[in-house]
Design a protein around this ligand. Sequence first.
Ligand code: SIN
Length: 275
Amino acid sequence: MSYETIQVAPVTPHLGAEISGVDLSGVLSNRQVSELHTALAEHQVIFFRDQRLDYDSAKALGRHFGELHIHPNTPGPEGHPEILPIHADGNSKRIAGERWHSDVSCDPEPPLGSILYLHTVPPVGGDTLFSSQSAAYEALSPRMKTFLEGLTAFHDGGPSYRATNAKLGIPETGKVYPHAVHPLVRTHPMSGRRLLFVNRGFTIRINELPEDEGRAILHFLFEHSTKPDFQVRFRWRPHSVAFWDNRAVQHLAVWDYFPNTRSGFRVTIKGDRPV
Ligand code: SIN
């Protein structure tokens, strides 16, 4: 793939690329947006250094790639419902994204992608891990691929969001969270790659199997889909950005930096029904 308006340096053979030559807070040309979109589809997660974003410029950036998503459990700051604050410090009882997950896969139309900007990072630690779900799918045996074909899974936001709220001391309100049925294997609309689409955060059961068989298969898929072979690990510096294709990767935030501060915010782009 050749790029004219950005430089793209792959980080691993499967996923991840560092992008340079673009100021994400400025006005982007159609060509830049199209090349960023191509780099995202090709590398699944793209990283940027030395950026300066505020809520408005982050939202403008996200809107180049689609409509913005509003998180079903975490309200944004006043006047910015589309912003998801990501913050941890010495008073935190939890952090966002400590388990392998794909963002809000419980939505009937799960997000296309997320753009995370961190302005403050700990002196060391606080990395984010990403795992390629096309590499995970491709590594399965032909028999397992055939077995998974046509199976669907139930994804539910309730257990995960209620557990988060309990840790934070937020009272239970009986709210119904998003839930949806998705194929276990989906096809990426741009790259045409086949992708595993299950995650520990939200996938509850396989609809076409008895509960115990489904649990065993899900356990295998959760382990398989997050093997180190399919991962890239992003080491943050202040004012870095990670933009991941939420259809193609799972991710996990490492909380090894307590009581230090790690802070920034995310915008999330709406996606389509997985097929
Ligand atoms: C998340 O969006 O899941 C959080 C990722 C991170 O803080 O690295």
